[in-house]
Design a protein around this ligand. Structure first.
Ligand code: UDP
Length: 329
């Protein structure tokens, strides 16, 4: 029997690489695509020798060609941390607009089902709490986060249009803050920032007064939710995240305890339009996918800390992303 074939865009990134692992483990043939602006070959090095894994170095904002049949497409290419999309705002907009358009076209041509990675950022700085899928959000289109938030909102709109107009099989996952091994230590997100600071013996930088909240999901739980969503028959957006909400100050304290660092917390100004609260309502995922997170924050943080600790010292002190300068135009 021929294997089902799946295209994963953003394959060398944090989530993309975990998705590739999962589909390989499930017996699929995986084509991993990445332009390596923020992705890292280290994340998929272990897959390169496998006959069922192919890597394609390509920017999906340009026409995407994949020879032969294709059963599924998972569009996970995009910068996803505020630091990254502030550095590369145009690419962020392009991958969420031109990129998704190319992939929807590819899905049509191949008669493939496509799942796109959306985000809790479509809710912006939410006025409804926790966030349910039927909340439309509170987004500043021209603020610093607008390039990401609006690209993702457009991405949902065009995906639904292809579903309605072309009857394409589409799935939309709204991903809430997720963490785990293969995050980049220098991507600016709060968890790698705090762990990196603890490992380097620096103070932990809490932005604002630290009363803003986030809800952190361990990567394996997220991948399970996405896998189930792809194979479900539900085409509306589905929140996947862990509802266990915590303030950023409390989170800093947890990292201090986990790492045993004797550094303290220092306060820095809150970035513009930084959402004050975020927690997924996951009733839809429970009902449609029979999914809920299984890994507690303490378990997940321990695994993630062990991963960061195992990295060579050069990683700890790296300021810029390795691939970034080489590929940025
Ligand atoms: N944050 C912080 N210190 C840092 C990095 C981030 O206090 O060194 C805060 C940030 O202002 C935000 C929260 O942590 O309120 C989560 O930030 P992150 O960039 O991880 O993701 P976001 O959910 O804001 O996209």
């Amino acid at each position: 029997m021929t294997k089902k074939k799946v295209l994963v865009t953003g394959a060398a990134g944090f989530l993309g690489s975990h998705l590739c692992d999962r589909f390989i483990a499930e017996g699929y043939h995986v084509v991993g695509m990445d332009n390596l602006i923020t992705g890292r070959m280290e994340n998929i090095e272990h897959l390169m020798p496998l006959p069922d894994f192919e890597f394609c170095h390509h920017d999906v904002s340009k026409f995407v060609h994949v020879p032969g049949d294709l059963d599924y497409i998972l569009h996970f290419a995009s910068p996803a941390s505020p630091i990254d999309y502030l550095k590369i705002p145009i690419q962020t907009l392009k991958v969420g607009s031109l990129g998704v358009h190319n992939l929807l076209g590819l899905a049509r041509a191949k008669n493939a089902r496509i799942l796109i990675a959306s985000t809790s950022e479509v809710y912006g700085d939410p006025l409804v709490h926790p966030q349910k899928e039927d909340y439309w959000g509170n987004v500043n289109p021209i603020g610093p986060r607008g390039v990401y938030d609006e690209a993702k909102r457009f991405q949902e709109a065009i995906t639904m249009a292809y579903h309605t107009y072309h009857k394409l099989e589409t799935r939309i996952v709204r991903i809430f803050n997720t963490y785990g091994p293969r995050m980049r230590l220098n991507d600016g997100r709060v968890l790698p920032a705090f762990i990196g600071q603890a490992l380097r013996g620096e103070d932990l930088t809490v932005f604002g007064d630290g009363s803003q909240t986030r809800s952190f999901c361990y990567v394996d739980d997220l991948i399970e939710g996405i896998y189930r969503l792809l194979h479900s028959d539900y085409s509306g957006p589905v929140n996947i995240g862990n509802p266990d909400e915590i303030t950023i100050s409390q989170f800093a304290e947890e990292i201090i305890e986990l790492t045993g660092t004797d550094q303290k917390v220092v306060y820095k100004p809150l970035p513009v339009n930084d959402p004050m609260q975020r927690q997924p309502n996951i009733d839809k995922a429970k009902a449609v996918l029979d999914w809920e997170p299984a890994v507690s924050r303490s378990e997940g943080l321990k695994i993630t800390y062990d991963y960061f600790r195992s990295l060579p010292d050069t990683e700890l002190h790296r300021k810029e992303h390795n691939n970034f300068d080489a590929y940025i135009k």
